[in-house]
Design a protein around this ligand. Sequence first.
Ligand code: AHG
Ligand code: MN
Ligand code: MN
Length: 328
Amino acid sequence: MPPSLATFLASQQHEPTVARLAPALQHIAGACIAIARAIRQAALTGSQGLAGSDNIQGEAQQKLDVISNELMIEAARRCPQIAALASEELDDIVQLNASTADSLLLLTDPLDGSSNLDIGMTVGSIFSLLPATAGSVTTASFLRPGHEQCCAGYALYGPATMLVFTTGSEVNGFTLDEARGEFLLTHPQLQIAPECSEFAINAANLRHWELPVQRYIAECQAGSAGPRGKDFNMRWVAAMVADVHRILLRGGVFLYPRDARQPPGAGKLRLLYEANPMALLIEAAGGAASNGSERLLDMNPERLHQRTGVVLGARNEVERLASYHLSH
Ligand code: AHG
Ligand code: MN
Ligand code: MN
């Protein structure tokens, strides 16, 4: 029997960061189990479809976006170490518990890939923890570069419910044992190969991409007869969690590039609760993550909900695209 999340965390207590993070991870894992259940039952409980509201980015919220957000807030509130939370579904931060020297800040995309919900496809939750700084927590407390994250991960709601996270040095994947109601370590120490022959991008946006991205994808599509000298395969789940999960398990590169749409140069994905957590995971697994040309984890955020281009996965592919940007 593989170790449970609780056993795994207990075995890592000698690592000061893990000792500090363990209660928060257990509470987040509990929220993810509750979200998985809400998704699985949605057609039976009337929880499919639109909530009738928009989030701050003007996206129509689904009922399950709202439910998942509430489940994540409730779980975080029950964890005394989590001082405050920022979420894709909330305009502003929420204060939860008194801030002390050991406190943490939680950033979350409580439901990623919402357009997959009502068609029975895979979705996920994304989370990131920052060490709180001394004093009162404000929005500015969350505006820190991704390399300051002390933990990041996601839950995958697919054929199995999985929890995958890093505390910086390695990436471990756990599968929910439904009978026991706990996560078991099934995918220890995930690693991403530096080379790959599979890319993920929404090709419907080709006309909006910057020229280096157009060049990169055209060369992949040219296959063995083109400059890359090999055939590539393409996949697009439309839930970044699922695309990143595939890359952690069998390699590849994922792109949601900044493009010519409004606002200029922004891309679609949000830096603080989508791009940065995935970048920490991908780097911990030996891959690379950039905004196209620069390391994502070194970007200095200016706003809670700011967007960024995202290119992550196999190190050599991420570096190749950055070199196309440089030479352009
Ligand atoms: P969210 O559901 O949290 O808004 O995120 C969806 C994101 C991301 O998960 C996915 O990769 C991308 O949007 C899909 O975008 P397209 O609709 O352009 O395929
Ligand atoms: Mn998302
Ligand atoms: Mn979301």
